[in-house]
Design a protein around this ligand. Structure first.
Ligand code: NAG
Ligand code: NAG
Length: 482
């Protein structure tokens, strides 16, 4: 009898213990869930949010068919004329010098913007493997989405005090890559950088544990970058400094990644030092940041000697702005939402929930051409059009960057929603183009592009660079190299 009683009370004790544990775990989880919501409302974005003040600067020393893919997509979507950086400059045979010239040209351009435009947003991109899918207002809107989400993440990772103290923010946003290149895995730009913020199993059960295609994008791609002019200049200047002192590789991506790696390492060290000062157990962080046996860990530990490390660099981890295609091709598809919704409704009746894509909210109720009866009424609504969609993050990216397999520049071009309409759209838009002898500052991309070379600004008309490719671009002739 007494044995039964004590067994009962032991069971009771276990039950109370479990209840208490559940209570504490639930409280902890709730606190975790709500912590990121304490978004600081006084946070000041600085850069101007007006679409008009988005400068689009394209690295292109000369024109070719692929630059015309970019220019035509910009023209059809109503972009302002882009600025072609280093256009007409002689290409140095030495790749090292080419990368140097690229960075120097960018700094010269950023310097040339007057003080009143130093807070404007500048989007810098490579010219020969990128085109646009959505109007530039989406680039600006998604940029602020990413900046805001990064800030929330910093508050929950570092705490508000550290974020303030070290002015931690991501306002210079680079594209994401699924592999770390060209630095080796021991380099801080490969291991010290933040984790992706995509869902842990975004790419299936092998996510982050096998082939590059299953990696969540976590590494910096320097083909696309966007931020306020003055902050971009700081990053480019630091990258140039790096480039001049260490001729270790001929890729500009390495130099930007290096600045990002250093910044990321420093941010982790700030957190580590703060935790240690508060008496937390930091053994694991210490082993990660400064392992007892560095060689065995194969880590190149950055040495920070009091120089600036915070450059406000962050990535667009889920491709809300920049869709890089390298190792991503299997996770991109073109979805026409008007028919997909019907399909989903039908198949959902049989319990198939797998293909549930909904149009991102910022596209609902809009279309590329609000009053497009002249071309096709379908153009009034994004739902009617096949849109390149990232099936892992389920976003519809405004910018498509075909790094990796360059052949996709030919294969995917006809999949663009505008492809069947190119001729008609050109015709209807060109009727509205007009200007006098003096070129206005806000020329549209369909008229041409500004060029910037060695401090000199000039203008090159659309027909001059792209006239001869027009038939190929609309499928009436064979594109070059295909
Ligand atoms: C979706 O839009 C396209 C283009 O207007 C149209 O051809 C197609 O019939 C639409 N599909 C549905 C299911 O409404
Ligand atoms: C545009 O370019 C094409 C091909 O270079 C040329 O044949 C045509 O005359 C040009 N048109 C105009 C209006 O300049």
């Amino acid at each position: 009898m007494s044995i039964a009683v004590s067994a009962f009370s032991r069971r009771q004790a276990t039950r109370y213990g479990l209840l208490a544990a559940v209570f504490f775990i639930a409280t902890f989880l709730i606190l975790q869930l709500y912590a990121p919501l304490s978004f600081n409302s006084d946070y000041n974005y600085n850069p101007s949010s007006s679409t008009k003040n988005l400068h689009i600067a394209v690295f292109a020393t000369s024109s070719n068919y692929h630059l015309c893919q970019l220019q035509l997509s910009a023209g059809l979507l109503g972009y302002p004329a882009p600025i072609l950086l280093n256009y007409g400059a002689d290409e140095d045979k030495d790749e090292m010098k080419q990368h140097l010239a690229k960075i120097e040209g960018a700094i010269q351009y950023l310097d040339s913007l007057p003080a009143s435009q130093q807070d404007d947003l500048v989007f810098m991109l490579d010219g020969f493997d990128i085109w646009f899918q959505l109007p530039h207002s989406y680039i600006v809107k998604r940029y602020y989405d990413v900046v805001k989400r990064s800030h929330q993440r910093h508050i929950s990772t570092f705490g508000e005090a550290l974020v303030k103290k070290h002015n931690i923010r991501n306002t210079v946003i680079f594209g994401p890559d699924k592999s770390c290149a060209p630095a080796g895995n021991d380099h801080s730009s490969c291991w010290a950088i933040p984790e992706s913020w995509m869902e842990p199993l975004s790419f299936g059960p092998d996510t982050d544990h096998g082939r590059a295609m299953h990696n969540r994008p976590r590494w910096l791609n320097s083909g696309t970058v966007m931020g306020p002019a003055r902050e971009l200049k700081d990053v480019f200047e630091r990258a140039l400094e790096q480039n001049k002192h260490r001729h270790v590789t001929d890729s500009d991506q390495f130099y930007f990644s290096h600045v990002f790696g250093l910044q990321s390492y420093a941010r982790r060290v700030h957190k580590f030092e703060d935790d240690r000062a508060r008496g937390c157990d930091v053994a694991a962080d210490q082993e990660f940041l400064l392992p007892a046996d560095v060689d065995a860990k194969k880590k190149d530990i950055p040495k920070i000697k009091g120089e600036r490390t915070e450059y406000h660099i962050g990535l667009d981890w889920s491709s809300d702005i920049f869709q890089t295609a390298g190792f991503y091709a299997d996770y991109l598809t073109w979805i026409r939402h008007n028919s997909t919704s019907l399909y989903v409704q039908e198949t959902a009746k049989e319990g198939n929930y797998h293909h549930h894509f909904s149009l991102p909210t910022d596209l609902i109720g809009n279309g590329p051409e609000p009053l497009s009866d002249a071309v096709d009424p379908a153009l009034a609504d994004w739902r009617n059009l096949p849109l390149a969609t990232n099936t892992a993050s389920r976003t519809v990216p405004p910018v498509i960057h075909i790094n990796g397999k360059k052949g996709y520049r030919h294969l995917w071009w006809p999949r663009n929603w505008f492809y069947p309409y190119i001729e008609k759209m050109l015709e209807s838009k060109r009727n509205t183009l007009s200007w006098d002898d003096e070129l206005p500052k806000d020329m549209p991309a369909l008229a041409g592009a500004w060029t910037f070379n060695n401090g000199q600004t000039d203008w090159v008309g659309f027909n001059e660079t792209c006239g001869r490719w027009e038939d190929a671009l609309m499928g009436k002739a064979r594109p070059p190299g295909n």
